[in-house]
Design a binder for this molecule. Structure first.
Ligand code: NAD
Ligand code: WQD
Length: 366
């Protein structure tokens, strides 16, 4: 008998696939909805390969409320939702803002409406550290606590703030209205998980990040430099006020991030806190140069780079204060940056075209 059944939107994507794995490994059943815009169905085979369990999968668009209704009609056992499905490219979001608001905000509203019709009242939402914007604009906000003032600097970040607001107002209204009507209300709960910089892959080397287009994040790009697909890394600015001049981020292993989702879901089910935000980060900041060094070490050679201008919209420091998640969720990161680099390299080296080819037989048999 399953502990519960979770609808995972965006469950074939990077973080969604690892969270599905964590849920299955911890006794939950999972139903995935994803339109495969930025992912592949092969992720489901790899989840099954590792866990021995296969989640149900529906290829649908999150903005299609009728299709979501169909899935929830078919699975009345679903009691909670973890919502990953979204467009996530910061640069692109400024070019096609309507599409970002339609998919991210519109899709979340369709999801909440469908949940409401099916009396599903727990939601864990993929928010982002990007909601804080430049936390150095406010004194004493590094490492960043959840009470840091919100101030997104791009459209993608704005969509995350809006979705946080929609979820909060919806669940608070449901609580208020039901309480007033003398009905049970404590079942309406939401976790707003603000992740810092997810990275890494499964230590088996058979599951990792496989975006459909060109990656834009630091570690996947370093992976491409290591395989020779890219000649060198461009370092965006070495004139920041950090120890080596490059910008500071809080890199978190995707396995730790996945276990953070499990901890948040369990917390909602157990403590029924209403809506609450938690930072998911390690609390340790690393510079771009430190990341190049750490990844070069696992690859076994110095990876080439050149320093260029700062990237527009980048900020000096996004390091989490994860104390709230540490204390309340009893969760903290277990894996190191070295683990993330080693796991990423195992994934990239063995699967240079991601899920488009089978990994080496020895990894499949391991
Ligand atoms: P991802 O692109 O790998 O996963 C997102 C998934 O959503 C993909 O499988 C994609 O196909 C699916 N999707 C997109 N549009 C859809 C639609 N209209 N209908 C149904 N499915 C759709 O990205 P990820 O890195 O796994 O990110 C997951 C979530 O975490 C996103 O909400 C993202 O904004 C958030 N997040 C990511 C990061 C990061 O750096 N990776 C950091 C903070 C927050
Ligand atoms: C990390 C550091 C770059 C590429 C983004 C989103 C954020 C969140 C996580 C979703 C920065 C530097 C990078 C390169 C470089 N996503 N860099 N050369 O920008 O911290 O966060 O992903 O919510 O919202 O903005 O991540 O991996 O792009 O960059 O020097 O080719 O690496 O300047 O300091 P970022 P990133």
């Amino acid at each position: 008998m399953a502990v519960g059944t979770v609808l995972v939107t965006g469950g074939t994507g990077y973080i969604g696939s690892f969270t599905t794995l964590a849920l299955l490994d911890n006794g939950y059943d999972v139903v995935i909805v994803d339109n495969l815009y930025n992912s592949s169905k092969v992720a489901i085979d790899r989840i099954e390969l590792i866990s021995g369990k296969r989640p149900a999968f529906y290829e649908i668009d999150i903005t299609n409320e009728a299709a979501l209704d169909g899935v929830l009609d078919k699975h009345p056992e679903i009691d909670s939702v973890i919502h990953f499905a979204a467009l996530k490219a910061v640069g692109e979001s400024g070019l096609i803002p309507l599409e970002y608001y339609r998919v991210n905000v519109g899709g979340s509203i369709a999801l909440l409406r469908s949940m409401q019709k099916h009396s599903i009242s727990n939601i864990v939402f993929s928010s982002s550290a990007t909601v804080y914007g430049d936390a150095t604009r406010v004194p004493n906000m590094i490492p960043i606590p959840e009470h840091c003032p919100i101030g997104p600097t791009n459209t993608y970040g704005q969509t995350k703030v809006m979705i946080e607001t929609v979820i909060t107002e919806y669940l608070e209204a449901e609580r208020r209205n039901n309480k007033k009507a003398g009905k049970p209300y404590e079942q309406f709960n939401g976790a707003l998980l603000r992740y810092f910089n997810p990275c890494g892959a499964h230590p088996s080397g058979v599951m990792g990040e496989d975006p459909q287009g060109v990656p834009f994040n630091l570690l996947p790009l370093l992976g491409k430099v290591a395989t020779g697909e890219r000649a060198k890394l461009t370092v965006f600015g070495d004139d920041y006020a950090s120890k080596d001049g490059t910008a500071i981020r809080d890199y978190i292993h995707v396995l730790d991030l996945a276990s953070g989702h499990l901890a948040a879901l369990n917390y909602l089910r157990e403590h029924k806190p209403g809506v609450r935000a938690w930072n998911l980060g390690s609390g340790r900041g690393s510079t771009v140069f430190e990341m190049i060094k750490a990844f070069s070490k696992v690859v076994g050679r110095d990876l080439p780079y050149e320093v260029a201008e700062r990237r527009q919209g980048d900020v000096l420091d996004l390091t989490a204060n994860p104390a709230r998640a540490n204390e309340e969720l009893k969760w903290k990161t277990q894996l190191t940056l070295e683990d993330a680099c080693a796991d990423l390299w195992r994934w990239v080296e063995n699967n240079p075209t991601g899920y488009r080819q089978d990994p080496p037989a020895e990894l499949l048999e391991a």
